[in-house]
Design a protein. Structure first.
Ligand SMILES: [Zn+2]
Length: 114
């Protein structure tokens, strides 16, 4: 099952909705505050994106190149990121919290973990 707050998959009782107490608290806090309704939707997408990148087989690597289809099938949303960066070779990178990614040839995505 997947956490209603961050979208991460977790094991537990079948009636459990959140992966952790902080996620449960965050969900209730947001639900009772109408100002957070819009933020919640974007946060959920960013958090799911982050969970997907975090769960890649990093081991002790800092850089991975993986097929785009892998991220697509896991529900990664390429339209949402936390910032951008253009290096001196005019390559555009997309930040997602502590990750940076950019399209790579052959339908792959290059990802760096900070
Ligand atoms: Zn969670």
């Amino acid at each position: 099952m997947n956490c209603l707050q961050c979208g991460k998959s977790f094991r537990g009782r079948s009636d459990k909705k959140y992966c952790s107490l902080p996620c449960k608290n965050a969900h209730y806090r947001l639900r009772t505050d109408p100002h957070h309704e819009i933020l919640k939707k974007v946060d959920a997408i960013l958090h799911r994106n982050h969970a997907i990148l975090s769960q890649l087989p990093w081991e002790d690597k800092k850089i991975l190149t993986i097929p785009k289809i892998y991220l697509d099938t896991h529900g990664f949303n390429f339209d949402f990121h936390t910032g951008t960066f253009t290096n001196r070779h005019n390559q555009l990178f997309f930040y997602l919290y502590n990750f940076a990614w950019r399209p790579h040839p052959e339908n792959k995505i290059w990802i760096m973990k900070k």
